[in-house]
Design a protein around this ligand. Structure first.
Ligand code: HEC
Ligand code: HEC
Length: 351
């Protein structure tokens, strides 16, 4: 009898301990999500369900508005011990930073693109915090993308930017150049657990305006704050060697085409607000939200190459709210989709 009681209370204690351990494990597992979401500022337009995770190795800690956030930073090249892989990754980095040298109109490998560099839009070789970096690519690809309605590999996504952002021709998947670019991008994101996305990757969210963004208001602002580098005619400035741009074109025949990601106002405004004029960072932007939206509206109102994309968005209800070409699954005009106001469109798709 006495023995039985002893056993029962022992079992009871073990059960309680196990419960405690269980609760602790859950708390520890949820902690990073709670911490990383601290500086979220609500009203995001891109409903991204990818979980936020912390990078496993080097992370940057920065302080903005009193909140300490943990941002993604790329791993160090010293971690690569295989020399063949190191060569590939280094060539990939070169290709991202100086694409035109190899693949532009005067490229020494081939002539595939409009002369821009990937780095023009993926700043600091695709590593700048909220500078449209490649932090989340390795961890989230291959992934289902609504634009093509297919599961896309990194190669396909890279070629999307070749054909749209660089208004050019695709690379062959087995070419040295494609293998190198993919090796570099995969290396950059190798410290993010599969399926997750670290804070600071891609572009930073920006609140909608209550009104449409206005190209007429944007023009004088562009002249005052951007034209010194990108020129009044938007065509940018080439280096003296004529191979690469020192300041890339923002519109005109040498710019990205109207099928490119940056032709969507929310992408342009998020890029511009936290990265331009050149030198600003996400925690010290210089443009107000209104200025960023209006200047961006001015840039996308200007002429640029057209790309036929008949197979884009096979399910029209999946088009992003700022996709400027109908038909749509809603009643809003192409103009409202291009310039906003976006809140009502966003609400429509929430229902
Ligand atoms: C004119 C600007 C521009 C240029 C130049 C450009 N890109 Fe992009 N790229 C973008 C934008 C904007 C996005 C995000 C688009 C979106 O989410 O709709 C993007 C997305 C990507 C992504 C997916 C990122 C992610 O997190 O899902 C990859 C990979 C990529 N680009 C590779 C490249 C490569 C390689 C080059 C050079 C050959 C290049 N890009 C040149 C603007 C550009
Ligand atoms: C001091 C010079 C300078 C100023 C001023 C400047 N930019 Fe830039 N901009 C650059 C450089 C340089 C790049 C390319 C960065 C790289 O390749 O590393 C760039 C890239 C861009 C891009 C990438 C898109 C593409 O097609 O290549 C956009 C968009 C852009 N700038 C918009 C703006 C806007 C809007 C302003 C004004 C608010 C502005 N810039 C002011 C130097 C400048």
């Amino acid at each position: 009898m006495k023995n039985d009681n002893y056993e029962n209370s022992l079992l009871e204690t073990i059960r309680k301990l196990l419960n405690l351990v269980f609760v602790l494990v859950i708390i520890i597992a949820l902690l990073p999500f709670v911490l990383l979401n601290l500086d979220a500022n609500g009203e995001f337009f891109e409903s991204d369900s990818t979980p936020k995770v912390a990078a496993t190795t080097p992370i940057n800690t920065e302080t903005s508005t009193g909140v300490t956030s943990i941002y993604w930073a790329p791993p160090s090249f010293e971690q690569i011990t295989d020399l063949k892989k190191l060569d590939l990754v280094f060539y990939g980095k070169e290709l991202i930073e100086h694409t035109a040298k190899f693949l532009g109109p005067k490229g020494n490998v081939s002539s595939l693109t409009n002369g821009q560099n990937c780095q023009n839009c993926h700043l600091e070789g695709g590593t700048k915090i909220f500078g449209n970096n490649y932090g989340a690519v390795a961890s989230t690809y291959p992934k289902m993308r609504a634009r093509s309605g297919t599961k896309e590999s990194i190669q396909k996504r890279v070629n999307d930017c070749f054909e749209r952002s660089l208004n050019g021709k695709p690379l062959k998947n087995n070419s040295l150049e494609m293998r190198s670019i993919v090796a570099y991008i995969q290396f950059l994101g190798s410290n993010i657990p599969k399926g997750g996305k670290a804070e600071g990757s891609g572009l930073k969210d920006l609140r909608f305006l209550e009104r449409a963004a206005d190209p007429v208001k944007g023009k004088p602002l562009y002249e005052a704050k951007c034209a010194s580098c990108h020129q009044s005619n938007g065509e940018g400035t080439r280096n003296p060697d004529g191979v690469e741009y020192s300041f890339p074109p923002l519109w005109g025949s040498h710019s990205f085409n109207d099928g490119a990601g940056l032709y969507r106002l929310t992408n342009m405004a998020r890029y511009v607000k936290y990265n331009m004029p050149f030198g600003v960072s996400h925690d010290q932007p210089s443009l107000s939200d209104e200025e960023a939206w209006d200047i961006s509206a001015y840039i996308i109102s200007m002429p640029r190459p057209h790309k036929n994309t008949p197979t884009d968005w096979p399910d029209i209800s999946k088009k992003p709210i700022d996709h400027p070409f109908g038909p749509y699954a809603d009643k809003f005009t192409e103009k409202q989709h291009k310039y906003g106001p976006f809140t009502a469109i966003k609400e429509f798709y929430k229902k």
